[in-house]
Design a protein around this ligand. Structure first.
Ligand code: PMP
Length: 380
């Protein structure tokens, strides 16, 4: 088998103990062991969400959690603000529209974060706004949004802040309780180091009050069913039991490291990657870059798609390319989940080598040196 390296912002590498746990004989989902497993997973998720609120899970990818948030929090006739600064902000808008919700979009140039002032102005002009939909890390551009600033605007108003932290959870700081975020949606295959197939969602009391009033249609993604079952270590439908065993192993890692240290590690890895990019004479695409993924603007003469293909076919290295309007123009290197300094060194060394091979002249080794310098400057 060819050796492979995965540097994509999901799926991310799975720790060995999680892979081994999934190889054990599968359990009945109503067994005592599964009840214990579900309770343990839901308790440990609170630590990652930095909340005292209960967390619920769904058997779906992250988008199922997003759809559930719209279907469970909103009602017919609601008006919402959607921040669209990339592919995933667009997804919030698409889901709201599919459910007949009136959206007021804030379109932000890709590569930038929303100005909280813009949101504040709209909220003041439209006091009947039910919710603001935001994205922690806009994975398509690598931008980090200032969720704390947005929460300052919503927590004093009758407006919910609903955050897609699908890629950012566990990598970029997101303090649900301290900041006053109402709803957070994430999933298994990113910072939670588990194969795809589980969505995780946390709601505070304000959000649950909205759930009680919601009249939009829902069945499989009914949050009340998932929540009340989860409290008992149970599930309304057959869950992805195997993935839950992997998630438990991954959560144990975060629990042992401590969420603040986990975020600090991602911050170091991201700082080193950005420093490497600059040392190579290239630039980071995101104006306010996330810890989750670094998006690198490619020089005009480099064919981004050919570069990504070369790296995969010849070296077994998977980077993510650009999506939609950024197709072929950026490369995204994730440093997300089960990753450390050495992974970043491999990602950068290979990136340098690939660029040279494709005919673009860069000071080979400069990126690795810059990254090493960043690592040296941190005390461990
Ligand atoms: N939101 C963000 C920010 C994402 O990065 C992704 C996945 N790349 C999604 C939503 C969609 O998640 P999924 O593919 O698990 O449905």
């Amino acid at each position: 088998m060819k050796k492979k390296w995965l540097f994509t912002p999901g799926p991310t590498p799975i720790p060995s103990e999680a892979l081994l746990a999934m190889a054990q004989p599968i359990d009945y989902h109503r067994s005592e062991d599964t009840v214990t497993l579900i309770k343990d997973v839901l308790t440990k998720l609170k630590h990652v969400f930095q909340t005292e609120n209960d967390v619920l899970f769904l058997t779906s990818s992250g988008t199922g959690g997003m759809e559930g948030a719209v279907a469970n929090l909103l009602s017919r006739g609601d008006k919402v603000i959607v921040i669209r600064s990339g592919k995933f902000g667009e997804r919030w808008a698409d889901i709201c529209t599919a459910f007949g919700i009136q959206i007021i979009p804030i379109d932000v140039t890709w590569g930038n974060a929303v100005e909280p002032q813009t949101v504040e102005t709209l909220l003041t002009e439209n006091p009947d706004i039910k919710a603001v939909f935001a994205t922690l890390c806009e994975t398509s551009t690598g931008v980090l949004h200032d969720i704390e600033a947005l929460a300052r605007l919503t927590r004093t108003r009758p407006t919910l802040l609903i955050v897609d932290a699908v890629s950012g959870l566990g990598a970029d700081d997101l303090q649900m309780d301290n900041w006053g975020v109402d709803v957070i949606v994430s999933c298994a295959q990113k910072g939670l180091m588990t194969p795809p197939g589980l969505a995780v969602v946390a709601l505070n009391q304000r959000a649950w009050d909205a759930v009680e009033c919601s009249d939009l249609p829902k069945y499989y993604f009914d949050f009340r069913k998932a929540y009340t079952s989860g409290l008992e270590g149970s599930v309304p439908y057959t869950p992805a039991v195997t993935l839950l065993t992997a998630l438990q192993c991954a959560l144990n890692r975060i629990y042992e490291e401590g969420i603040h240290n986990t975020i600090a590690r991602h911050s170091r890895l991201a700082a080193a990657t950005r420093s490497a990019v600059k040392a190579l004479g290239l630039s980071v695409f995101a104006a306010s870059p996330a810890n989750t993924v670094t998006s690198i603007r490619l020089p005009e003469e480099v064919d981004g798609k050919a570069f990504i293909n070369l790296m995969l076919d010849k070296y077994g290295i998977t980077y993510a390319g650009g999506q939609s309007q950024l197709s072929g123009k950026i490369v995204r290197i994730a440093h997300l989940g089960w990753v450390n300094e050495n992974d970043v060194i491999v990602a950068i060394a290979a990136f340098e080598r690939g660029l040279v091979e494709i005919g673009y002249d860069i000071p080979i080794g400069a990126g690795v040196t810059a990254a090493q310098e960043v690592f040296r400057s941190f005390k461990y």
